[in-house]
Write a protein that binds this ligand. Structure first.
Ligand code: DP6
Length: 365
């Protein structure tokens, strides 16, 4: 893969102060990314719905360093999360900046102050790495655009932002554009790549427009096992090979599902992906379980509801206990009633978030 295209050839570092703000969304995978090799190369291609309401807003203020400061070759930044200095998030971002320095040499020319906030509560068990890393990547690309002597196209900016975000967190590569993004090389998806996400380039049936995702917050606590640790446990996993093949086949199948609008087939693939992800966790060594009793209660309620009503409500899970309820716009009213009367009871403090499919990063101001 040609990653040289992401190394800027020449830049003009003479603007002393610049500031950019971006709002970038979270995403929910339909075919899951679980297993990777260095440097953040996925073992299988994944596809996700970009979300809308769950997002991060990040501002980066860039101030050109003095010559002596710049000679230190150090990456210098301050980090504020929801208005407060956040030392514990710093190491992850510092590691991210080191990883991308080769592609963003301007990181050592500027002192940076980062202000970030999420639309969803920090302790909601919703991963903020996808929206958080993609927001930083977009701010860096705005800086690069201002420093570049040649005009950068929006296509290049999105591609490189996704490439950078991926090096911060794999799923963040799918949070730059929307409404459906594929990350990982796959023969059925033209232009797909292991090093950046691309918008799904084929016809999508009307029924998937405005698709809903209601996120039931079953457990808002910190995860006992991080995604990074989970991904690593896919090395030497007894079912890894079959799992990667299955994900590959599921993406093939989803391509025609999206074209034809076959919701029953969609449900079968998406729920199987969610349960297989958790089956991989339960069968790794050491094994672990991230679902909670209420996750199971909700799943059973959904299956009964579907049997009784024939409506197309289904679930997916990420690496945690929360349940994402996916359903089409035209059935939203009945399903929303069901969520409120039957499912809210299983959420911690009755909390859930109503979201729907979104269109990616937006510049603020
Ligand atoms: C279960 O992107 O959080 O949500 O690359 O180590 O940061 P890192 O992992 P991360 O993994 C996400 C895993 C998942 C499935 C998915 O989003 O595809």
């Amino acid at each position: 893969m040609d990653t040289h295209q992401f190394i800027p050839k020449s830049l003009v570092n003479n603007t002393t102060k610049l500031s950019f703000t971006w709002k970038t969304p979270s995403n929910i995978a339909l075919v899951k990314y679980w297993g990777k090799t260095e440097p953040q190369i996925p073992k299988n291609a994944s596809i996700s719905f970009t979300l809308s309401n769950c997002h991060t807003i990040t501002t980066i203020d860039f101030t050109l360093k003095s010559t002596s400061e710049a000679n230190n070759n150090e990456i210098n930044f301050e980090l504020f999360f929801e208005g407060k200095k956040k030392q514990d998030f710093k190491p992850k971002i510092a590691k991210f900046f080191e990883r991308i320095l080769e592609y963003c040499p301007y990181l050592i020319a500027y002192n940076m102050v980062i202000h970030s906030e999420n639309s969803f509560p920090h302790s909601s068990g919703i991963a903020s790495s996808a929206s958080g890393m993609s927001a930083i990547a977009m701010c860096l690309m705005s800086l690069e655009k201002s420093l570049s002597p040649i005009e950068l196209t929006d296509e290049f900016i999105n591609k490189k932002a996704s490439f950078l975000a991926r090096l911060g967190s794999g799923s963040a590569s799918r949070s730059i554009e929307g409404p459906l993004v594929v990350w990982g090389q796959h023969p059925a998806i033209k232009g797909s790549s292991d090093v950046f996400g691309v918008p799904f380039p084929y016809e999508v049936h009307e029924v998937f427009k405005n698709y809903h995702d209601a996120i039931l917050l079953v457990d808002k606590g910190e995860k006992q096992v991080s995604s990074t640790v989970g991904h690593n446990l896919m090395h030497n996993h007894p079912y890894a090979k079959q799992r990667f093949e299955q994900a590959h086949d599921n993406l093939f199948k989803l391509k025609s599902v999206f074209k034809e609008g076959n919701l029953n087939e969609f449900i079968a693939i998406v729920e199987s992906e969610a349960l297989t992800l958790h089956a991989m966790m339960m069968t790794s060594m050491p094994y672990f379980i991230l679902m909670k009793p209420n996750t199971m209660e909700i799943i059973n309620k959904i299956w009964n509801f579907r049997k009784e009503t024939g409506l197309h409500l289904c679930f997916t899970l990420d690496a945690g206990a929360n349940v994402h309820l996916l359903y089409p716009e035209k059935e939203a009213e009945d399903i929303f009633k069901f969520i409120n009367t039957e499912l809210v009871a299983y959420c911690q403090n009755g909390h859930y978030i109503c979201d729907r499919i979104g269109f990616g990063a937006k510049k603020v101001k």
